[in-house]
Design a protein around this ligand. Sequence first.
Ligand code: SAM
Length: 206
Amino acid sequence: MSPIDDSRAFAEQYVVEPENIATARHFSIELGIDPVSPAVGAQLALLSASLRAKTIIEIGTGAGVSGLWLLLGSPQAQLTSIDNEPDHHLAARQMFTEAGFGVGRIRLISGRALDVLPRMNEESYDLVFIDADAGSAIEYVEHGLRLVRRGGMVVVGNAVDHAIGEDVSPLDASAFRSMLDEIGATPGVLSVISPAGAGLLQLIRP
Ligand SMILES: C[S@@+](CC[C@H](N)C(=O)[O-])C[C@H]1O[C@@H](n2cnc3c(N)ncnc32)[C@H](O)[C@@H]1O
């Protein structure tokens, strides 16, 4: 293994995943879902805690692993999570309920994210986390920037994979890299790609 692989493996092993999240991870894998890694989850918790997030949107609920990590960081937050697979939402609902997060705190919206997002209120959220179909990542970032308040954060899972074309076509990868260049060159926008998981892009709306 290279030193980079070693450091990634160490960062993943460093995380002690709470039991309820480990259970959600188990369910995810049974359903064929690829949940965020423990290191990504722990970073999501840290980000939502540092923002003291009260309103969070997640694109790609899965069976609730990333949602539970986000809520671990901000247990007071309301989470709105979108997924187009009803089976995933059934499993996620069970995981959220067992973790003590009832219907009033978790809004699960079933449907294609690109159909749902235009109906959501602008500048109303503290944090938008994107972890769904890679080919729509750019449109999700555009929606994310519209939906977060000033000082709010947009976070994109698997960003390095999107940029190098690991999970998208070469054309989409090139468009994603252009978007990263544009973000990097926009005055006032703070952004970083942490190496957690397959790269976690984090940016703050000025
Ligand atoms: C990688 S999984 C999400 C894992 C989840 N974030 C976690 O860590 O547990 C991607 C999810 O996005 C959903 N998805 C894929 N395409 C979608 C779309 N166009 N609209 C809404 N959800 C979509 C899938 O059903 C799947 O549950």
